[in-house]
Design a protein around this ligand. Structure first.
Ligand code: SIN
Length: 519
């Protein structure tokens, strides 16, 4: 691996990683795509589009205001203002790369869709609800054609390589097929960018690929990075409830086009809630969850014209319904909330830098301050795109180190890869899900801690523990974190390091000597 220390390593091959690699050209970049380039990632599944204020009645200020309203008091106004101003530039960049966003019948104007909690039509789609797939395919083609980008497929980052001052100086890599650590290879880098996506695979009910288990979050945590707002997990209200794992999605854009939520008796479910069917996502998810907990079924009812034109306007949802035996002639799609997006992540500054020297983060793994306690629909692809550019600009202006780094040997052995265990996913659904309380969160922390610090502990239990500890410590309800009863109103972001989580677990489990010893 000699001679690669002037490279930038990007870990993760979704929209955030691909866009960062392309913006960095012609600087030499190595992109680590664990599951293969263009393979399983949340970007591919994204039905909703990209939010950008491009309509004549819209502005970045209005988009920022909607973003902050949804963020429930924890959004960063300066970040929202900067991201929403940059959003149309990101769209132009995608169009120049070849993404064909949907246009009107004359093929001239971009079609702008409406989604929940957006005050204006500002969602761009490509191929109807196949936006993520179209963007991903275009970015993958561009990356494959870029001579500055080397792609390592079916290789995993086992840990971040640290120098003697705690700075990131590369990654320790291993082959995907090797389930347990049998020795990794040091791959030096002048900077590492994490773009590993979210954590939905830690939940039983999720719309994410099952491999989305927060690997990047844990890489950063083990390197000592500050993590922010981990308790805020967004549940999408309308995952299609047909027994599939992960759950297929019925995009929120359907409600923007007139679909409404009803119960088995055909009564509207959202009628008495402010914002009704277009209320913010956390409110819709919590309303549906409460109904389902009372034994009701919930359906997304399509108006007749939408049901008739579904295959044309929403081909992805129509195909998913057909493949899963949902009879569109009945115009009812069975739905329920499912873990969908992680607002929390590795804390980053406006240039994507984490608290650890040499480490940047982009996309869902990062916490930029844009989403606060609840993300506005279709704001994630755009966030990844604009931060990818800002990270590239920052790296282009930063000088490479002149001396080869001294590397500290890795301090942990890699745990299980692949999907999270069924018991863990069930525990997260039950105790760290849409509705939370003190007893459930304590149960989750204790069960996860004994697994994470016990003999069979793996990365998934430790990552889930980080989320559970953050959730236990937020004693209020805010955005996607709904806690009953709430005993304080904190109103500020939470920040944790892995060392602080360990210390708190020790305190909480002081009666359990086995745990004390292990942690
Ligand atoms: C959706 O299409 O409803 C999902 C969009 C998103 O999560 O941003």
């Amino acid at each position: 691996m000699a001679g690669t220390g002037d490279r930038i390593v990007i870990v993760g091959g979704g929209i955030a990683g691909l866009a960062t690699a392309l913006h960095l050209a012609p600087m030499p970049v190595t992109l680590i795509a664990g599951g293969g380039l263009g393979g399983e990632c949340s970007t591919r599944l994204a039905q909703g589009g990209v939010a950008a204020a491009m309509g004549p009645d819209d502005s970045a200020a209005l988009h920022a205001a909607d973003t902050l309203e949804a963020a429930a008091g924890l959004g960063d106004a300066a970040v929202a203002e900067r991201v929403t101003r940059a959003a149309p530039i990101a769209i132009d960049w995608l169009i120049r790369l070849g993404v064909q966003f949907d246009r009107d019948a004359a093929g001239a104007a971009l079609v702008l869709g409406l989604e929940a909690a957006h005050g204006r039509r500002r969602i761009l789609h490509a191929g109807g609800d196949r936006t993520g797939q179209r963007i991903l395919d275009t970015l993958v083609d561009a990356v494959r054609a870029a001579p500055s980008i080397s792609v390592l497929e079916n290789v995993w980052a086992d840990s971040l390589a640290l120098g003697t001052s705690g700075e990131v100086v590369g990654v320790h890599l291993r082959q995907a097929e090797v389930a347990f650590h049998t020795g990794s290879v040091f791959y030096p880098a002048r900077a590492v960018v994490l773009s590993t996506g979210g954590i939905g695979g830690l939940y039983g009910a999720t719309t994410n690929p099952l491999g989305s288990t927060g690997s990047g979050l844990l890489l950063a945590a083990r390197a000592g990075a500050v993590l922010r707002d981990l308790e805020f997990v967004q549940f999408h209200p309308t995952a299609i409830s047909v027994g599939r794992d992960p759950m297929p999605l019925a995009t929120e854009a359907l409600r923007g086009e007139g679909a409404c939520l009803i119960n088995g008796a055909g009564e509207p479910v959202m009628a008495d809630v402010p914002g009704a069917d277009l209320a913010p996502r956390d409110i819709v998810a919590a309303t549906l969850f409460a109904r389902i907990a009372r034994g009701e079924d919930v359906f997304l009812e399509l108006p007749e014209d939408l049901a008739r034109g579904l295959a044309h306007r929403f081909p992805g949802v129509a195909a998913l319904c057909a493949a899963n035996g949902v009879d569109l002639a009945r115009r009812r799609i069975p739905v329920r909330p499912a873990a969908h997006y992680h607002m929390g992540g590795v804390r980053v500054a406006g240039n994507g830098r984490t608290s650890v020297a040499g480490l940047w983060a982009c996309g869902e793994v990062a916490s930029t301050g844009l989403h606060g306690a609840n993300r506005l629909a279709s704001n994630s692809l755009v966030e990844a795109l604009v931060y990818a550019r800002w990270i590239a600009e920052d790296l282009q202006s930063a000088a490479a180190g002149s001396k080869p780094p001294k590397v500290v040997p890795p301090s942990h052995r890699g745990g299980a890869t692949g999907h999270a265990a069924p018991w863990l996913r069930a525990l997260m659904d039950r105790c760290v899900g849409v509705a939370r309380d003190d007893a459930g969160l304590r149960e989750a922390v204790c069960d996860l801690a004994s697994a994470a610090f016990g003999r069979d502990g793996d990365d998934h239990t430790l990552t889930a523990l980080l989320i559970a500890v953050s959730a236990l410590n937020r004693r209020e309800s805010r955005g996607a974190h709904r806690r009953h009863p709430q005993t304080s109103a904190e109103g500020r972001s939470s920040e944790w390091t892995l060392a602080e989580v360990r210390a708190q677990v020790l305190e909480l489990t002081s009666g359990e000597p086995a745990l004390q010893e292990a942690s």
